[in-house]
Structure formats: C-alpha cells, structure tokens
Design a protein around this ligand. Structure first.
Ligand SMILES: *Cc1c(COP(=O)(O)O)cnc(C)c1O
Length: 377
C-alpha cells in the first residue's frame, strides 16, 4: 500500500456499539444521535449553536444563502475569499449569485489581510476565511477588518476541527462557522458537518432549511407525544441537508478522541519540521502564528519542482497530495487571473506530505529522507 496521505483511524468497537444502538432502536435518521452530537459539539467548542448537517458543502451553501437573505444582500454583491481552498468554499458564493472577489494568501497559506483590505468596495458584504490545514493564519486581523468595515465573517473551518488559539476554540467572532467531518478530515464520519451560527434566529432558520423548509414545530406542540407527526408547515424551498444518526454515532465516538488524535498529529508535524527546517533555502515551511495550536490537518511545504518531487515520492511508495490548485485556474473563476501572485506560487509549489494516525516515527524519517534527497540532488 505504501505510505498514504490520509487514512482515517476509528475507534471501531465503540463506533459499532453506538451504531448498533441506532439499528436496535430502529432509528437512523434526523434526531436521536444527531441531537446528542450537536450538544456534545457545543460543549466541546463553546459555540452557542450547532446544527448537524450531511456535509460541510451544504453548510457553506446554506450559510451564504441565509446571510444574503437575512441581511438583504443583492445579487452580484461581493464576498472576499481565497483562491487556495477546496472549490466548495467559492462555489457557495456563486450558488447564491454573489461574486467571489479573490484576495491573495501569505506564507500562512491563509488570506493576507493587506490584500483583503485592497479588495474592499462598497459592494463587499463579507469575508470568507479558510484556516488552511488547521492553521489560523491572520484570523484575528481579519476579524478586526470585519469589525472596522462592517463585514460579516464566514469561517470555513473544514480543516480546523480541534484547532485552538491560546487554549480556546476560535470562531465565536464569526457570523457562522462551518466544520467538515468528511472521510479524510480530523473527525472523520464518512460524510457530515456542523454549521454554527452566532445568531440563534439563524440557527432556527437553518434547521428548517436543511430539511426542505419543513417547520416540524408548528403542530408538534399540539400533538400527543408518540404520534407520528404528519402535519407540518413548509416555510422555505429548502435543502435535504441535515445529518443522520449513523454518521452522528461515529462523530460522537471520534469526538471523545479528537484532542488525543490531534496531539499525535502535532507530534508528527514536529518530527517533520525538525528535519525539514534544516533546509530553509530549499524547503519552505508554512508559518504558524504564535498562540495557535493547529489541528494539524495537513503538513504542507513549498519546494521548487513540486511535480517532480511527487513523482520521486511515488517511486518510493509515498503518496502525498496537493492542497490546493488555485481556484482561479478553474473556468468559472478565471476572471480573477493574475490578481493573486502568491497564490499562483503556492498553487504550483505546495505539497502535502502524508499525515495520518497510522504513521510511525520511522515512516516520517523515511519521507523526510526522500524529500531531502530530492531537494539536495
Ligand atoms: C473538505 C472541505 C470542504 C468540504 O467538506 P465536505 O464535508 O466534504 O462537504 C470545504 N472546505 C474545505 C476547505 C475543505 O477542505
């Protein structure tokens, strides 16, 4: 099999027990474990609201949609965003008929605050921020910009599950935080996510919108408990976006081990850093800000001849990845061509080395040997 970029590690027996309970009770759907997981998530993060959804993609789509509707934004209003992300981040903006305006990233691979400021116009409504690889980048400078210019902050925290800043889970400053529990993320469940609004009214709305717009509370209060509640009102043309109890079962178990797992991820990153920082002219490490305890979703470096390095590693049975090709390379975003030079550099030079909980110290040494052999050849 070689050394894989990602390989999810589960507490299998505990997950099976939790899933078994769903099967025995005869309920795998919305409610039951999904409610328990939402409560556990609020407890873990300290965020006031959390709604469990079937992917972070649907969460980002609903986040932008709800903010647009609730704040009365117009079509073609602008959201400043990053080109270095999974394409879903930017599709969420387009889907709501808003305009992604790309700002550049810096050596944290997150948005560069100076570049963001240059992109603000009288049509700017929000900033979409991605904590790349679990790092915070200049998040708090972005928060300040949002406050100063009265912009809403949307945090795509797909990589940030378990990231802390000075001991606390960040995100309370944002209008909405969206997490991913997709198959390769730090809290893997196959597919699901969490959407956490700051405003409780928006949380109420997203609960309806994630279930086709159904308002199941309308008649619930007047019905006898235990009756199948067939009568409901439909308030929105919503999505089928809510999570289910099977995924939530896995999430509930994995959440218990998230901090333990992330601390081993940090150990792996430290092993990498210790070797690779010996070659500052040849290997550029991602800058981690003081006070940020990253979830270490990714370990990324920038090198010359990145594509050749990938082949060299593949030949040694090591399978790295790339996060990400600049989204400006894709046709729906190519209107922003040549506006983000450092992102173009990152897009061509960055590589994600294997980072998963099955790695050993010796695996990391072997990967470092191969990388160093390549860059010093
Ligand atoms: C994985 C990922 C997503 C999408 O997550 P899904 O749960 O698969 O929809 C969004 N943004 C970023 C940055 C991601 O890495």
């Amino acid at each position: 099999m070689g050394i894989q970029l990602f390989k999810a590690k589960y507490e299998i027996d505990e997950c099976m027990a939790e899933i078994r309970e769903c099967l025995e009770v005869g309920w795998t759907g919305l409610g039951f474990k999904t409610v328990k997981f939402e409560e556990a998530w609020k407890q873990y993060t300290g965020l006031p609201f959390a709604h469990y959804i079937n992917s972070s993609t649907i969460g980002l789509y609903m986040a932008v949609d709800i903010l647009k509707e609730q704040y009365g934004w117009n079509d073609e209003d602008e959201i400043i965003t990053t080109p270095i992300t999974f394409v879903t981040t930017n599709h969420a903006i387009l889907k709501s008929h808003l305009k992604p305006v790309f700002a550049d990233v810096d050596d944290t691979l997150c948005l560069n605050p100076e570049s963001v400021k240059e992109r603000i116009t009288d049509k700017t409504r929000a900033i979409m921020y991605v904590g790349m690889g679990g790092n915070m980048g200049n998040y708090y400078e972005i928060v300040d910009i949002c406050n100063k210019y009265n912009l809403k902050l949307i945090l795509d925290a797909a990589h940030m599950t378990g990231t802390r800043y000075k001991g606390e889970i960040p995100g309370k400053e944002a209008e909405v935080v969206v997490y991913s529990f997709q198959a390769v993320k730090n809290l893997p469940t196959a597919d699901s996510g969490m959407i956490c609004f700051k405003n409780g009214d928006f949380d109420t709305i997203v609960r309806k919108k994630s279930w086709l717009g159904i308002n199941k509370d309308t008649y619930a209060r007047t019905q006898n408990m235990g009756n199948y509640k067939w009568k409901y009102d439909v308030e929105y043309v919503g999505e089928k976006g809510h999570g289910n109890s099977i995924m939530a079962s896995i999430g509930l178990v994995q959440l218990k081990y998230l901090d333990r797992d992330n601390s081993f991820r940090r150990q792996i990153c430290n092993w990498y850093r210790k070797r690779l920082e010996q070659y500052p002219d040849l290997i550029k490490l991602v800058r981690i800000e003081d006070g940020c305890e990253s979830s270490c979703h990714l370990f990324q470096i920038c090198v010359e001849n990145r594509d050749e390095l990938i082949i060299a590693l593949n030949n040694a049975d090591i399978f790295p990845g790339v996060h990400y090709s600049s989204n400006i390379n894709y046709k729906m975003y190519d209107y922003a061509k040549d506006t983000c030079p450092y992102s173009d550099y990152v897009s061509d030079h960055t590589i994600s080395l294997p980072l998963n909980l099955y790695l050993t110290y010796d695996d990391v040494q072997k990967i470092c040997d191969e990388v160093i052999k390549f860059v010093t050849r």
